[in-house]
Design a protein around this ligand. Sequence first.
Ligand code: ADP
Length: 264
Amino acid sequence: TEEALNHAQRLESVGQLTGGIAHDFNNLLTVIQGNLQVLEELPALAPNALVQQLLSAAKRASRRGAELTGKLLAFSRRQRLQPSAVDTSGLLHSLADMLRRTLDQRIRIEIDTARDCPPVMADPGQLESALLNIAINARDAMPEGGTLRFRTEACGALPPALHNASNNDATTHFVAISITDSGTGMSDDVKERAFEPFFTTKEVGRGTGLGLSTVYGFINQSRGAVAIDSTVGQGTTVTLYLPQQAQPQPPTRAEERADETIPL
Ligand code: ADP
């Protein structure tokens, strides 16, 4: 748990730092892009093919820079979450439909949602983007195709190893959402570092190393937990634990008595 706390603190300070840098950088990029636009439209330069080629290369590069700073900003923003009761089965079915349409056809998508799985309390938009992040990692781990499976299960208390400062209330029950791929898997080293901001094994331009750290931040803020189980050559399962929507508790005897004595 101390480790989890350290991790959360490190994430927070990295978040503040990158947020500041990304913000300033974005402003500079806006200036660069604006000037490139003006240059491109200057009549004197229009006939020069080389100039036009260089300008459009510079514009492409600054557009990529803007995309990257956008991701950094999304990561560092301490998002204001708007939790509501989310039906995970519905969310996963619509995500799976979208993935079937967009991912490589060699990736089989399966869903196995528990009947009567209680709703979870989470921000639905953020939950969807967390799942999408994990699904895209799974896709990247299966370049030749494979199986991507979503499962949900009501699971009572958290596995003790996952307790941390934000989720150690013993009365909360959880739903486990797991995403399993049949991809490359992770070595122990990679697994250890997978949640670190900026840790990536992907080539420059493909990975930012912000996917899983963003997922980690969101799940922690939602008083949940996340675990990775992975075997090299077999695949990876990422499991998100989110609190079940609180069930209305039957009133205790004391509360019932209090009700009886409230003057009308
Ligand atoms: P990115 O995807 O940009 O690299 P992430 O934080 O999402 O950043 O992931 C960090 C690293 O964890 C990846 O570069 C990859 O090495 C590893 N990883 C994440 N998901 C998987 C997966 N499903 N299978 C294998 N490796 C994974």
